[in-house]
Design a protein around this ligand. Structure first.
Ligand code: F6P
Length: 336
């Protein structure tokens, strides 16, 4: 048998519980002993270890957040912290460690791998979808749907008041959420890392102002700008103020924030999490290590952990082109 420990780390993502459940159920099938470290890497360093029984994962598949709790752990960035983590793994005779999280969490796992002989497996769990080697991360689809239903409501108010709204979305340094939500809500403008160049700040401002004014003149009732967090120099509020003063039209900022991180996972995330959880156990049974379980073109794949954190993932060029050159302009070129 093997002793397998799981932890969830970094931003929680809907579907993490579904992944934990799949690992526990699959692990028991293989007669492995499954444990959870609570509170992410902090819990690993502090030895917050508990066995996970099948009853612990009953009734969790539909719940957002993570039953193992999560944390961002500064100690894991130091050699001492990593050594402490390794000592705890050795002390508990853990054979394999599965970490569900994003790139920061995988960097921690890579550091552990350098000092520890046990098997290390990553499962991509983050709403940001900024992990290489997998088409989707657990939580992304739910976050997109959550943001979309919120923006559909904002659109009602924007229409009723014939207002301009800026909606700021999460994603850290990635525009995956912003672009996909922007296209889905028929945003008049998507502002994200993929189509904004800081050198062209003034040009962008003038372009959006003109777009807003043209839309106003054409009597379009609302104008929605979807913007990625951490994008605009001095923040999205500064952009809203600038646009208000340039156009003479009120531009209201609404930051969706943490609402995007919680909630019941959509079916797509539950299924992805289940496949990844089961595959992680299968990979462990095959002696695999230093890998992330991903999914590409509907097939599970195991990719080197180092590759997962390279940050080469891009938003679909077709989507960017369509948004920039076809969809967003369509209203303004209406000739009727
Ligand atoms: O990685 C998930 C995420 O929600 C990002 O989209 C966001 O930038 C960040 O976490 C917020 O982090 P924190 O929970 O530390 O405020």
């Amino acid at each position: 048998t093997k002793n397998i420990a799981i932890l969830t780390s970094g931003g929680d993502a809907p579907g993490m519980n579904a992944a934990i459940r799949a690992i526990v159920l699959a692990g028991h099938r293989y007669q492995y002993k499954i444990f959870g470290f609570y509170h992410g890497y902090n819990g690993l360093i502090n030895n917050e270890l508990k066995p996970l029984a099948i009853s612990d994962v009953e009734g969790v598949i539909h719940r957002g957040g993570t039953l193992l709790k999560s944390a961002r752990c500064k100690e894991m960035r130091s050699k001492t912290g990593v050594s402490q983590a390794v000592n705890v793994l050795l002390k508990n005779k853990i054979d394999a460690l599965i970490v569900i999280g994003g790139d920061g969490s995988f960097n921690g796992l890579l550091a552990i791998h350098e000092q520890w002989q046990g098997q290390v497996i990553g499962i991509p769990g983050t709403i940001d979808n900024d992990i290489d080697g997998t088409d989707f991360t657990i939580g992304f689809s739910t976050a997109v749907d959550t943001a979309l239903s919120a923006i559909d409501k904002i659109r009602d108010t924007a229409d009723a008041f014939e207002r301009v709204f800026l909606v700021e979305l999460m994603g850290r340094q990635s525009g995956q959420i912003t672009f996909n939500v922007g296209v889905s809500c028929a945003a008049e403008k998507v502002l994200s890392f993929e189509n904004f160049n800081i050198q062209q700040e003034q040009e962008t401002l003038e372009q959006i102002s003109t777009q807003i004014q043209t839309a106003k003149q054409a009597k379009h009732s609302s104008f929605l700008i979807v913007i990625a967090e951490n994008l605009w120099p001095n923040g999205s509020e500064a952009l809203a103020k600038k646009l208000t003063s340039m156009t003479g039209i009120d531009c209201t900022l609404c930051t969706l924030g943490y609402i995007q991180r919680g909630g019941s996972p959509v079916a797509k995330d539950r299924i992805l999490a289940t496949k990844m959880g089961v595959s992680a156990i299968q990979a462990i049974s095959q002696g695999k290590s230093n890998i992330m379980v991903g999914e590409q073109n509907n097939a599970i794949c195991l990719i080197p952990l180092t590759q997962a954190v390279e940050h080469n993932k891009t938003v679909s060029p077709l989507l960017i082109d369509a948004q920039e050159n076809i969809l967003a302009l369509s209203k303004q070129t209406d000739a009727y």
